[in-house]
Design a binder for this molecule. Structure first.
Ligand SMILES: NC(=O)C1=CN([C@@H]2O[C@H](COP(=O)(O)OP(=O)(O)OC[C@H]3O[C@@H](n4cnc5c(N)ncnc54)[C@H](OP(=O)(O)O)[C@@H]3O)[C@@H](O)[C@H]2O)C=CC1
Ligand SMILES: CC(C)(CO)C(=O)C(=O)O
Length: 314
């Protein structure tokens, strides 16, 4: 039987959650291999101790992959690459990956952002790229240790617009068999935009004030600022003819209310911990650029962007 080779690139909040589930399910299965790519201290710790996931939903907190490498270059034949890095590392990873991609290699980017597919396609022109978005509240506690809170993670993936004939059902089933909630759609872009609606608005306001998703939803001033950012994104989406529901704003506030009250956003954690690189450009920067390009004013997003840049963080 042919072995399916998975490579999970990046063992942070997202890779540490979904990679854990794949590795825990399949290490004893000789037909499916799961390889992790992690760098520096994460590599050392996971190689020595396995990957730890602290999660009420997972009794055994340790998963050991079949293999772990420090770089993509060390990988042999791989069928499915699951990219789980922050947006500022995407081009670097794609440049390393491009020689490993064959026509039937599948790339699943589990990241926030509406332009991830296009950015991958600028570098990797062959293979199958499944445009996706992801919901999960999980973050690095220490290198090699990821903490998951709240609802189980969820992936929404869609057809590669360049390869509508490709049938990914076999791969989708492997995720499902590892108890990963994954929805496969003809067109995942509306779901990707809906996620962006949520994470750009709540991410920016939560990062600016260091407040959880629940607090942003309930505190009047913060709620109004998130609403104003959503209205700006909505104007952009309408102009770009993205097929979003008319009540997307209401749905987004309802979605926020479904998270445990104290859930932080990944942008909040990165901005508030003073990380040198954050996804501020992916959220605010992209909205500002679309606004300029389409002649749509985006004053609230611009203000929050400048406030965060200038260190106004409470
Ligand atoms: N965390 C969450 O709850 C959610 C996050 N997202 C989105 O998912 C994406 C990933 O986020 P998240 O997992 O939180 O990010 P993290 O920062 O937690 O993890 C990214 C990981 O990628 C690793 N990495 C980067 N470059 C390389 C490389 N060249 N080789 C090996 N490893 C590499 C980093 O390594 P190192 O530690 O060494 O820097 C880090 O461990 C983002 O776009 C985010 O917005 C979406 C939904 C939920
Ligand atoms: C809000 C959350 C946790 C939802 O999945 C997220 O996407 C993020 O923090 O980036």
């Amino acid at each position: 039987m042919k072995t399916t080779e998975f490579a999970i690139i990046g063992l942070g909040g997202v890779g540490g959650y979904f990679g854990f589930k794949l590795a825990q399910k399949y290490t004893a299965d000789s037909a499916i291999n799961v390889t992790f790519i992690a760098r520096e201290k994460t590599y050392e710790i996971v190689k020595e101790n396995g990957l730890t996931l602290l999660s009420e939903a997972h009794e055994d907190p340790i998963a050991r992959p079949d293999q772990i490498f420090k770089t993509v270059a060390e990988l042999g034949h791989t069928d499915v690459f699951v990219i789980c890095v922050k947006e500022y590392d995407l081009e670097n990873i794609c440049n390393q990956l491009k020689d490993k991609i064959k026509n039937d290699t599948v790339i699943l980017p589990l990241m926030n952002g509406v332009d991830i597919y296009e950015r991958i396609r600028k570098i990797i022109t062959n293979g199958i790229v499944l445009p996706s978005c992801v919901y999960v509240a999980s973050h690095i506690k220490e290198k090699g240790i990821v903490e998951h809170k709240g609802n189980p993670g969820k992936i929404i993936a869609g057809k590669d617009p360049e390869h509508p004939e490709f049938d990914p059902q076999g791969i989708v089933d492997l995720f499902k068999n590892a108890s990963i909630d994954i929805d496969y759609k003809e067109d995942s872009f509306p779901a990707i935009w809906s996620k962006y609606f949520f994470i750009a608005s709540f991410g920016l306001v939560s990062a600016r004030y260091n407040k959880s998703i629940g607090q942003v939803n309930e505190e009047e001033e913060l709620h109004q600022r998130a609403l104003a950012v959503m209205q700006e994104i909505q104007a952009i989406a309408v102009r770009k003819e993205i097929d979003l529901p008319e009540d997307i704003i209401e749905q987004t506030f309802q979605k926020a209310a479904s998270f445990p009250f104290q859930t932080p956003t990944s942008l909040q954690l990165d901005v508030q911990s003073g990380k040198e690189n954050t996804e501020l450009e992916l959220f605010a920067g992209a909205i500002i650029a679309y606004g300029k390009q389409l002649g749509i004013p985006v004053p609230e997003t611009t203000d929050i962007y400048n406030e965060i840049k200038n260190g106004m963080l409470v």
